[in-house]
Design a protein around this ligand. Structure first.
Ligand code: HEM
Length: 418
């Protein structure tokens, strides 16, 4: 009897695009009632530069979030409101101090939208990447496939630069490339349950090829996104309640409701570590990550709270399936099976190695330079704590040791890493 494989459609997932879903994100609201949110999110880079964002938000009417109808409208609202809230927080006041109190014009609808989508009230990976892309001038590439980096635009950004677009869209390209693996690997799990070695071998071979193609998208970031621009100008806008207590958000982020109630929240900042796709790969392939000694859960378990409810529920079901690692270790006599499994894990490990190089360029190196400048007294932006503080990931992880550990845990059968 085949294993109970979850139905992708029920969780809003696509057979070809995986967690990106078949329906493309809305570029604007079809209901003109929400036009004010489109307007503010559309001019965010200019309003941030001029610090007009604070006044614009205060002049906003309180729109009724319960008038949103479809999932696409809710996602559009999440992207627009989350970007406006982070822009308001970090650039809303002319004196440069963050504004940790979010007024009812944003608080009321945003908390409703997050509740509906099952998301924490903060700009997370779904808002930065999954639901924040469109093809420039139409549906896709000239050849009819998924658009490439130069053909994509964001619905919302903080700086309006192509570099910021690339930071959001390279993950989208990787999710799109890897999308077919969701149904393929689930079918492989079912085939393993039916002792169909031939199908599992074919699926693992295809998966290894797809993982290699996913890795080829990562360097696309390099020519478009400048590391200093990312580190000093874009990344600070992702800042959330956790880790910014001494940077002007002592109570985290406080949502002021129109009924007078204040809701204090401390969330971590958005990171691609919140991608459900990579957690899916780890689960079906049987990659296990250890939690730090002093922690209640792994980084990956913690990140599930920051995924849309549908994605979290899907992963919970997948985590109950028997992984392909178990099937391979029960069939060690089939050397072809062992080899294709090991090759697949090797490709995932290589992807993680390439990702570490990206993180080194965009966080570790600029953080070191900033720390050196601060030590030499040549810093102009008051960065004194780069060594201790900024070498943590956006999601709060201990960055390079964490990413190395994650890569090293991506083992082949019998613990192989070659
Ligand atoms: C400038 C580009 C990037 C930077 C600076 C960056 C930074 C980071 C950091 C710091 C972490 C550690 C977790 C944390 O946030 O605390 C992380 C994890 C992660 N990132 Fe990235 N990242 C970048 C690009 C990407 C891309 C393009 C993807 C593709 C979807 C991606 C996927 C992941 C995943 C899946 C993890 C979890 C660790 C793992 O599974 O290996 N990142 N990233």
């Amino acid at each position: 009897m085949s294993a109970q494989i979850p139905n992708l459609e029920k969780f809003g997932l696509s057979k070809s695009l995986g967690f990106l879903s078949d329906e493309r994100p809305l570029e604007s609201f079809t209901n003109s009632y929400f036009a004010a949110w489109d307007d503010i999110s559309g001019t965010l880079p200019q309003d941030i530069r001029s610090h007009e964002i604070g006044d614009k938000v205060r002049r906003l009417p309180i729109l009724d979030g319960t008038k949103l109808v479809t999932e696409l409208q809710y996602r559009r609202a999440y992207v627009a409101l989350a970007f406006i809230i982070h822009g308001y927080t970090w650039a809303g006041s002319a004196d440069g101090k963050p504004l940790g109190e979010i007024p009812p014009q944003l608080a009321d609808p945003f908390l409703h939208v997050c509740d509906h989508l099952g998301l924490q009230p903060v700009l997370s990976y779904a808002g930065l990447c999954l639901w924040n892309w469109a093809a420039i001038g139409g549906s896709g590439s000239a050849s009819g496939g998924f658009p490439d980096l130069g053909q994509m635009k964001s619905m919302a950004t903080f700086t309006g630069t192509r570099g910021e677009d690339a930071f959001y869209h390279v993950p989208v390209l990787i999710e799109a490339e890897g999308g077919p693996l969701v149904s393929l690997l689930l079918n492989a799990v079912a085939a393993a349950d039916d002792s169909n070695d031939a199908f599992v071998i074919k699926a693992l071979n295809e998966s290894a090829e797809t993982l290699a193609r996913m890795g080829a998208h990562l360097p696309k970031m390099y020519p478009v996104l400048d590391a200093q621009h990312f580190y000093h100008t874009i990344r600070p806008y992702f800042g959330a309640g956790v880790g910014n207590e001494d940077k002007g958000l002592p109570r985290g982020v406080v949502f002021q409701r129109s009924n007078g109630i204040e809701e204090e929240v401390k969330c971590i900042a958005g990171t691609a570590g919140q991608s459900a796709f990579f957690q899916f790969l780890d689960l079906v392939l049987g990659v296990e990550h250890k939690k730090p000694e002093d922690a209640k859960e792994t980084f990956f378990q913690e990140m599930r709270a920051y995924m849309p409810r549908q994605h979290r529920d899907f992963l919970n079901l997948v985590s109950k399936l028997t992984s392909l690692r178990v099937f391979v270790s029960n069939n060690k006599q089939n050397q072809v099976l062992v080899d294709v499994y090991d090759n697949c894990l090797k490709q995932l490990r290589l992807w993680r190695g390439k990702h570490i190089a990206v993180v080194s360029k965009y966080i570790v190196q600029p953080a070191r330079q900033a720390a050196e400048m601060a030590e030499n007294g040549t810093s102009t932006n008051g960065v004194h704590d780069a060594k201790d503080e900024d070498l943590r990931g956006t999601g709060g992880s201990a960055l390079i040791p964490f990413l190395r550990q994650t890569k090293d845990e991506t083992l082949g059968s019998g613990g192989s890493t070659s």
